[in-house]
Design a protein around this ligand. Sequence first.
Ligand code: HEM
Ligand SMILES: N=C(Nc1cccc(CNC[C@@H]2CCCN2)c1)c1cccs1
Length: 363
Amino acid sequence: DFPGVDIHEAHDFFRQYYAENPDAPGSLHRRMVEVADELNRYGTYAHTEDELAFGARVAWRNSSRCIGRLYWKSLVVRDRRDVTDPYEVFSECIEHLQLATNGGKIRPTITIFAPPAPGRRGVRIRNDQMIRYAGYRAVDGSVIGDPAQVEFTRAVERFGWLGEGSAFDILPLVIDGPTGPPHVFEIPRDAILEVPIEHPQHAWFAELGLRWHAVPAISNMDLRIGGITYTAAPFNGWYLGTEIGSRNFGDTDRYDLLPGIARRLGLDTSTERTLWKDRALLELNVAVLHSFTMADVTITDHHTESERFLMHLEREEKAGRSVPGDWSWLVPPMSGSATGVFHRYYDTTERTPAFVPRGAGCP
Ligand code: HEM
Ligand SMILES: N=C(Nc1cccc(CNC[C@@H]2CCCN2)c1)c1cccs1
């Protein structure tokens, strides 16, 4: 279970750390001597609190698929490397959600739990996000809830969890400690802020009974800093409206709402050429942004977030750093060419520290 420590990645990390933190105590050389010594004795080494916070913020800054990086320096870092017990991990996740939600004024936050060490498995959260809706497939093949969560829902039902069967049942957290079977924990309702979706002009929209949760919190990516792999480091930001309006509600393998919305709008859906899908997507996205705004919950539209990202590019150039970018993820899933991020190329070099999809072969 222990992925080992890459000493070259450690050297590269501390070179960046001392270059960007001139007031940090010690020196690159002295720190590397300490690290090499710890590696020889224990097979791993420990980051200082300051190195950990810097590493998490730079991992966000290096995330080439992320359009929201302008605020990378303001990430709230919760160092919980002393926490390994699943019950404690759960309570720290709840505190994370409450701190991050902040009554709707969302704070980008990360909580970092104990990494694996030789002879000791790290902590792992099996959910891909801390807050997700269950998916139930009926015998006729139709799905109630989120089709992307049908498999995970079946797995937690095998662990004895029972949902209410609605389209918006919140899934429990499934947490692996260093030893023993996974633990299943129901998230208390008061730790979850949700927004009912309505449309500013179409009153019938509210009758669809749509809602979405305020805080996107990724819990299935490893955080890689200086050769150390943190296997449980859940992080949240706020939503880009298109994630909910276009992808979660619009994708055919998700809530698949475009045909229903188009019919209620009275559109001609007999041919693609009327662009009925585009009109339905637009009204869905208008409804999402309107609803979050009415509920005083932080959200950004793809035009504003694109402008912020271009500001981030400018600032980083001035700081002498190149910004890694993945065009296919940075460009929003609607009105791409109407946003500035569309009309340019990006440096595709992947850097560390980084958030990486969970190591293969792990649950
Ligand atoms: C503060 C507001 C933020 C906004 C609006 C934002 C927006 C986004 C969006 C829209 C995506 C694409 C997601 C998708 O298409 O599924 C994304 C990807 C990503 N974001 Fe951000 N983000 C924010 C904050 C953060 C924070 C705080 C972190 C980590 C500390 C982060 C790390 C990432 C990573 C690693 C990806 C790529 C995920 C993958 O490869 O699957 N973002 N972001
Ligand atoms: N706004 C957010 N959205 C986001 C960020 C990273 C990853 C994801 C989930 N991406 C996976 C889905 C499913 C396949 C393609 N998109 C969402 C944030 C989540 C956590 C911090 S910001």
